[in-house]
Design a protein around this ligand. Structure first.
Ligand code: SAH
Length: 201
């Protein structure tokens, strides 16, 4: 998500808002976490956290200006059950030494259309291998996107990485919980969603 530089989005202010900016272990041994990676400004995860006060949520966003907006929303909405992490998804293992995620959701991830950039996609096989180490038993990965190529390629990545697709929707209905991009992209065409779990062998 492109975002103009925001003067107040300093590291000091981000820390002040309670954002985690370096790896430490999430303490939730006994409770599965719902995690969104690439949360953008956070409309989806903050509204979901608000509606489910007894569940633990984690939002991961690497861009400082965008993350500042997300952290501001969390503070305004007083969401004690949402941890905001400003880091690259690559580093998530270090946060999950104790905790496990029951859901990892990817909403409108950067499509990286050029073949030479595919490995940067958040659903690329290397990432799917990483997610396996973060997921609880029967935990799932959800991809929601308007980008058909990303959607179709991701189906293949999941199969290749030994996941099972348990749901796929080529025209996802509107819901109460939508990201900033979803609201915009719905005006242009269908929204696709797939859900996958790790194959148990
Ligand atoms: N989910 C939001 C934003 C989508 S744009 C929405 O639907 O409105 C994709 C977001 O993912 C961007 O904000 C980008 O900074 C973030 N992102 C991309 N790669 C990432 C990575 N490796 N780790 C963390 N965040 C990432």
């Amino acid at each position: 998500m492109r975002q103009k530089k925001i003067k107040e989005a300093t590291i000091e202010n981000i820390l002040e808002l309670g954002v985690w900016i370096e790896p430490k272990s999430l303490p939730y041994k006994d409770q599965d976490i719902f995690m969104e990676i690439g949360s953008g400004k956070g409309q989806f995860i903050t509204s979901l956290a608000k509606a489910n006060p007894n569940r633990q949520f984690v939002a991961v966003e690497k861009e400082q200006n965008v993350c500042y907006r997300l952290a501001q929303k969390r503070a305004e909405m007083q969401l004690d059950n949402l941890i905001v992490i400003m880091d690259d998804a690559e580093n998530l293992k270090e946060y999950f030494s104790e905790a496990k995620a029951s859901v990892i959701q990817l909403n409108f991830s950067d499509p990286w259309p050029k073949a030479r950039h595919h490995k940067r996609r958040l659903t690329y096989m290397t990432k799917l291998e990483l997610y396996k180490t973060l997921l609880a038993k029967d935990g799932k990965v959800i991809l929601r996107t308007d980008h058909l190529d990303l959607f179709n390629d991701s189906m293949e990545y999941f199969v290749e990485a030994n996941y099972v697709i348990i749901n796929s929707d080529l025209n996802l209905p509107e819901s109460e919980f939508m990201t900033e991009y979803e609201v915009k992209k719905r005006k242009n065409g269908p929204i696709y969603q797939l859900e996958a779990i790790v194959k148990n062998d």
